[in-house]
Write a protein that binds this ligand. Structure first.
Ligand code: AMO
Length: 412
């Protein structure tokens, strides 16, 4: 269908092709400057910023338009000498399609950013700041690269329930739901479902939100986060680590090709054992590696893997390895854990034994464990925290910056 009238107006990316011609444009007033008899409007749209010059009576009217108002501009495109854009529009007509309030909760054009909480509670307006909007454009591109990468390798995208009857990652961080008078939970991960699904689908992935009642207020935890989960039949810990490393490299490459400012990755990601790091930072075998110590250890290291974690630190489904270790890994960036995964137990008896050893009741997991008597193949996989990956890619150090409407104990 042909777009007519104001709906046929264009955006900043059409400026070059309309040089010295008449054009109609729509956008918001990012900023304005009144100088002598001239009014300069800096117009913003999701693709960029450009200058509009208004003279005479038009300049007077333009000066009255509030910042952030939505406008339709008719005029001629010229080369610009301003430091805003290469092209500008010499306005013949400016119509205000919707005047914005005089006083706004934040100014997206300001060099000094408002407080994060103000920005989060006014996120739609915050997205009119090009540097904030770019994070979410990058996030969308990252998701499309991930889907392409996994689909091209034969993984089937699945979607599993988020209201569940049993915990998958341990009980402490569960949100309870009153489910028609019964107790149910919000899913912490798709772990049990994704493992079950390799039985018939072989290679699966899921990209979805999960819920953890994280009480600690940190820059890397949310109560609702997004995870990219993979599970593959006949895969090993090593092969799924390779898949994950390849994905991270594909994301960096794809974002660079799309014009985003991310670093080019070279060489293999280094692999350290838990014991190597534990002894370097003075942690006893079996204790978790603390955030402060990992920040110190990871400084300048970029992406790296930690393997051979003590079995006692990993969930019940993790395949044991000799010496009290497990066939598991974490992917780190500096001090930040981005993903964890490994080889899973595929034998029914061993799975039930590990449930008991982990202090869980195998009867509560009977609906899950029965699948392991139906010819479950050996399998491996991982879960990658998308929000944390976006922190790395965008260079932001608070997870709330890279999530549109973050959920934590304070924000809902
Ligand atoms: P894990 O519990 O390590 O593993 O979670 C996987 C990844 O998800 C991210 N993540 C979070 N991000 C933000 N806020 C949170 N509260 C939060 N919790 C976790 C992290 C983490 O590395 N089932 C396993 C994965 C697997 O073995 O396949 C799991 O859930 O980036």
């Amino acid at each position: 269908m042909k777009r007519e009238g104001q709906f046929a107006a264009k955006q900043s990316d059409s400026l070059p092709s309309l040089l010295n011609s008449y054009g109609e444009f729509h956008g918001w007033v990012h900023d304005k400057r009144v100088l002598g008899g001239l009014t300069f409007l800096i117009i913003g749209d999701p693709k960029g910023l450009y200058q509009v010059v208004a003279r005479g009576d038009l300049a007077k009217d333009a000066a009255k338009i509030n910042r952030q108002s939505y406008v339709l501009i008719k005029g001629t495109v010229r080369e610009s000498k301003s430091n805003v854009s290469k092209y500008e529009v010499e306005a013949q007509e400016i119509s205000v399609l919707n005047q914005a309030d005089d006083l706004l909760p934040l100014d997206p054009a300001s060099k000094t950013k408002s407080e994060l909480t103000t920005r989060i509670f006014n996120r739609p307006l915050d997205l009119r700041d090009p540097s904030e909007r770019e994070i979410f454009q990058m996030r969308a591109k990252t998701l499309s690269i991930i889907r392409g990468y996994l689909s091209n390798r034969g993984f089937i995208e699945v979607d599993t329930p988020k209201i569940i009857a049993t915990a998958s990652e341990g009980g402490a961080e569960l949100f309870k739901v009153d489910y028609f008078g019964r107790e149910a939970y919000l899913a912490q991960s798709p772990q049990l479902f994704k493992e079950e699904l390799v039985l018939g689908l072989g290679k699966v992935f899921e990209i979805a939100h999960y819920f953890r009642a994280e009480k600690s207020n940190t820059v890397k935890h949310l109560s609702e986060f997004m995870s990219v989960d993979v599970e593959q039949a006949m895969a090993t810990k090593e092969s799924v680590m390779k898949l994950l490393e390849g994905l991270i490299k594909a994301i960096h490459g794809g974002l660079m090709r799309s014009g985003f400012n991310v670093s080019k990755l070279q060489g293999q990601f280094p692999v350290y054992t838990y014991s190597e790091i534990a002894s370097a930072i003075g942690v006893k075998f079996g204790e978790d590696l603390g955030s402060d110590e990992l920040n110190e250890f990871g400084k300048g290291k970029g992406y790296y893997f930690i393997v051979d974690w003590p079995l006692s630190l990993k969930p019940f489904y993790t395949m044991p390895k000799e010496g009290g270790l497990s066939e598991s890994f974490d992917l780190m960036y500096e001090g930040l854990e981005l993903a964890s995964g490994g080889q899973r137990i595929h034998q029914y008896d061993l799975l039930v034994k590990r449930l008991k050893e982990s202090g869980l009741n195998p009867e509560s997991f009977a609906e899950h464990t029965k699948v392991y008597r139906w010819g479950m193949p050996p399998h491996a996989g991982w879960g990658l925290g998308l929000d944390r990956l976006m922190m790395v890619l965008s260079g932001r150090n608070n997870i709330r910056e890279v999530v549109l409407y973050p959920r934590d104990a304070k924000h809902i």
